[in-house]
Design a protein around this ligand. Sequence first.
Ligand SMILES: [Zn+2]
Length: 303
Amino acid sequence: MKRSAFILGVIAILSLCLVFASAQQQKPKLKVFISVDMEGIWGVVHGEQVSAGTPEYAAARKWMAWDVNAAIAGALAAGATEVVVNDSHGSMRNIDAGDLDPRATLITGSPKPLSMMQGIDSSFQACLFIGYHAKAGTQDAILDHTISGSVVRFIKVNGAELPELGLNALIAGYYGVPVVLVSGDTAVCRQTAEVLGKDVVTVAVKEAYGRTAAKLVPLAEVRQMIEKGVKDALTNPGRVKPFKLAAPYNFELGYHVSAQADMGAMLLPDLKRPDARTLAFTADDYIEGFKTLRALISLAPAR
Ligand SMILES: [Zn+2]
């Protein structure tokens, strides 16, 4: 009797352990990656505000922390188990590390191998773009440009002209991670729907009148809008498919002037030059192609 009671006790304890372990396993992992640029941050309308060393920069980097902290709050409210933020503008040292929500991890500084997407990998379930902006040549869009305002006229992948949100969403897609939310002005929200589809949540924090003026959403509302948008977007991140294009990847880089295409054409192998201001190449691997693209942009002298 004693022995069978002991065995029954052991079985009971083991089954309790199993129930506890499976309950632990069922807690869904929700790792969220946030790439945060600056031109699409609430309050920002001019290049001087996003350039270190100018009088207005200190205010703009504070606004940047407000927008991203609202996104972190939304992610945690949705059950995020880990949030990684990559500072993605200019020097990539814009967010004062002490201003970031202390529950999130910050990636700061540059250069970084994946630039605005440094830190992403297949362990993440969702990606957010905060403070993003429209592609070069967009009308009524705050500080529209693509990667480098002084170098790039356009970037096409497989024939489609893409904004940074598309180029970076392809990196997320490479790792199987969907971009579920984009914030910025109304123009970048429109381009998000065009490039990534209407299932991606967009949060417009301002509406541009031209390139350097905008009507801002009231400060009392903007943080709640971002927080709610992120929470909604993360409630069912699986409804948005990772953004992918079919390999091989045909990249076309249009420069402002022909002199900017010269160095790349002289130094890099396997390039085509369809016209004086355009270089083109093909890559089987998107990340490899993206790195070649960055090298070509870096080689070009500013206008
Ligand atoms: Zn930027």
